[in-house]
Design a protein around this ligand. Structure first.
Ligand code: HEC
Ligand code: HEC
Ligand code: HEC
Ligand code: HEC
Ligand code: HEC
Ligand code: HEC
Ligand code: HEC
Ligand code: HEC
Ligand code: HEC
Ligand code: HEC
Length: 332
């Protein structure tokens, strides 16, 4: 009997040790049970604020710092809601970053975005973030949103700073940091009034991700254009097929060196599709060359548009017998 206890007691003690350390480990493990250690070495915002004056001031102008909002960082872990536990950083007098997340360029986006998403993933705007191009290209929330550079949100057209703190300055400059080609396009002779502040990139694009092509805020290019150019939807008695099909057959959205955002100069634009019309669509014949005795009415001034003025479609009656009177030819 005595010998049994001599084996059993140490075994029981060992079992207790294992159980208690397992409990401790479980307490430190993330809720998802992914084996990630929870670091609860928080210092509290008051401490951070003692040393980081500038960021403290900027937070004060920020909707993240509203005590009235229950889910806001200030109502939770404060600075450490975003930066993570800063105990180690504080004990070293700021001498080491420790486990802090600094949102610096060197940290990968996959490490930064989940922090923001932990509070924002239910926003309808972010519903398609996971399938969006920006996430796939390692763009972080903080590449567009400047949490500390925040100004109060402004809305509507004429906006220069939308939402909460984009990098200070107009939105197109934030986007233009990376989209240099588009930035060049919006400065061309004909352009959507983006630099004038009348519309923004995000009037047309959902930067977080969308179902449409090129993350536009519509199912197709035409549906997008109709939002602001409803009159082009028709219906027309006489339709010009490419208009219904795709505005982009003739227009570019950002900017063009040709008038009215067209992808090509008229008549070349038209001649891309109409090479064999009854009246010669080609202006470069011997008789009609601009340098000839009689300059071609197909080159002069507005070229084809001199006569085919209602290029998107016409509701005028058609009377093919009398020239210049015909809706079906978009003459009026
Ligand atoms: C004793 C002063 C002190 C305290 C307290 C302190 N910090 Fe710091 N912190 C510093 C110093 C010094 C640096 C390094 C120099 C720098 O980059 O500003 C630094 C750096 C940082 C950085 C990185 C800056 C960068 O450019 O990479 C972040 C983020 C930061 N601290 C956040 C916090 C947070 C959050 C807290 C509270 C948990 C906190 N700090 C508390 C002094 C402090
Ligand atoms: C909502 C999330 C969030 C909260 C809350 C927050 N920060 Fe930040 N912090 C960031 C992000 C993101 C950056 C990277 C720069 C940027 O986007 O403005 C940053 C950068 C910093 C930096 C590095 C220097 C800089 O400006 O780039 C310091 C220091 C800092 N924060 C301190 C603080 C302190 C102190 C608090 C609390 C008063 C705080 N942060 C609260 C998200 C946050
Ligand atoms: C602890 C929760 C929490 C975290 C973490 C958090 N936010 Fe927020 N955020 C909020 C709340 C709450 C609001 C205010 C919503 C409101 O006004 O109804 C907000 C507002 C915003 C807004 C919109 C501002 C406006 O006024 O419309 C943006 C943009 C934003 N956060 C970006 C971020 C980014 C980027 C990060 C990560 C660096 C982040 N948030 C981290 C809770 C959080
Ligand atoms: C490519 C730039 C870009 C990136 C990356 C980005 N955002 Fe945004 N975000 C914007 C723009 C632009 C708006 C304004 C959209 C609008 O008005 O339609 C916005 C709006 C918001 C809003 C305000 C929504 C509202 O209802 O007012 C929140 C919150 C937000 N973003 C959070 C995030 C979070 C969290 C991430 C990272 C997971 C993120 N954003 C990544 C550009 C970006
Ligand atoms: C008037 C609406 C509109 C505005 C404003 C707008 N875009 Fe676009 N964008 C489009 C359309 C339409 C496409 C092409 C969609 C397709 O056919 O796939 C596009 C395509 C893109 C593409 C992908 C392919 C390419 O052409 O380079 C990028 C990147 C882009 N836009 C960025 C921007 C940026 C950055 C801004 C602000 C400076 C902006 N857009 C403003 C409508 C717009
Ligand atoms: C940190 C860099 C960065 C910033 C800032 C940025 N983008 Fe992008 N964006 C990218 C990259 C990388 C891609 C993928 C490659 C490409 O198409 O150019 C992309 C792709 C896109 C596309 C094409 C999507 C597709 O399906 O082809 C659009 C539209 C777009 N961005 C719009 C915006 C808008 C609007 C903003 C500003 C609110 C913005 N981006 C800010 C890096 C950025
Ligand atoms: C968010 C609103 C909005 C959307 C969406 C939009 N536009 Fe525009 N568009 C405008 C505004 C504003 C102007 C300037 C009108 C003015 O100056 O009177 C404009 C002007 C134009 C012009 C004339 C440009 C010039 O040089 O005079 C063309 C062509 C045009 N848009 C085509 C399109 C096409 C094609 C689409 C779809 C890809 C589109 N728009 C989507 C708002 C929009
Ligand atoms: C067959 C080529 C073609 C197609 C397709 C086309 N457009 Fe146009 N669009 C033109 C031409 C050419 C002009 C210049 C007309 C002028 O100067 O009289 C123009 C001018 C415009 C203008 C500025 C002048 C005005 O009439 O308001 C807008 C806005 C416009 N188009 C929108 C659209 C939209 C939206 C679509 C798609 C639904 C579209 N266009 C499809 C050729 C086209
Ligand atoms: C993307 C191709 C495309 C472009 C670009 C284009 N068209 Fe058309 N156009 C068509 C198609 C397709 C029809 C229908 C032809 C048919 O019904 O036989 C048409 C019909 C017409 C008609 C009526 C012809 C008829 O027989 O009823 C006229 C006039 C016309 N286009 C003029 C123009 C002018 C002027 C331009 C330049 C501003 C232009 N088109 C640009 C594709 C195009
Ligand atoms: C001086 C006025 C005028 C100019 C300029 C003009 N057209 Fe026409 N076009 C007409 C008239 C009138 C008709 C219908 C009568 C007919 O059958 O010839 C017509 C018919 C058409 C048709 C449909 C009939 C067919 O031949 O297939 C097309 C397509 C067309 N034009 C394209 C163009 C293009 C492209 C240009 C520019 C290179 C152009 N037009 C310049 C007056 C003009």
């Amino acid at each position: 009997m005595k010998r049994v206890w001599m084996v059993f007691l140490p075994a029981l003690f060992l079992a207790f040790l294992c159980w208690s350390s397992a409990l401790e480990a479980a307490e430190k493990t993330g809720a998802g049970g992914k084996g990630e250690k929870i670091n609860d070495d928080y210092a509290g915002s008051e401490v951070c604020m003692g040393c980081h004056d500038e960021q403290t001031k900027s937070m004060g102008r920020n909707s993240h710092w509203k005590k009235a909002i229950k889910e806001s960082p200030i109502s939770n872990k404060g600075c450490e809601s975003c930066h993570g536990p800063g105990g180690e950083h504080v004990r070293q007098g700021g001498g080491t970053i420790g486990s802090l997340i600094t949102f610096s360029k060197s940290e990968p986006a996959q490490k930064k975005a989940p922090i923001c998403l932990s509070c924002h993933e239910n926003s309808s705007q972010l519903a398609l973030w996971d399938s969006g191009v920006h996430k796939k290209q390692d763009v972080a929330c903080s590449d567009c949103h400047s949490v500390h550079g925040a100004v109060r949100p402004q809305t509507g057209y004429g906006t220069t700073r939308v939402g909460l703190g984009y990098t200070p300055g107009p939105e197109y400059q934030t986007c233009g940091k990376c989209h240099l080609d588009v930035k060049a396009q919006i400065n061309r002779r004909s352009h959507h009034p983006i630099i004038e502040g009348r519309i923004t990139c995000s009037n047309c694009h959902q930067p977080h991700g969308s179902m449409g092509p090129s993350q536009i805020k519509a199912a197709s290019v035409n549906q997008l254009c109709y939002k602001c150019h409803a009159e082009k939807r028709g219906p027309y008695m006489f339709e010009h097929p490419p208009v219904e099909e795709n505005c982009a057959a003739c227009h570019t959205a950002h900017g063009s060196v040709h008038a009215k955002l067209t992808v090509e100069k008229v008549p070349n634009l038209c001649q891309g599709c109409h090479d064999g019309t009854r009246h010669p669509a080609t202006r470069y014949s011997r008789e009609t060359l601009l340098t000839g005795a009689v300059p071609s009415n197909k080159s002069y001034n507005r070229s084809c548009l001199n006569c085919h003025a209602n290029i998107h479609g016409s509701n005028a009656p058609s009377n093919p017998g009398s020239l210049g009177n015909s809706g079906s030819y978009f003459l009026r």
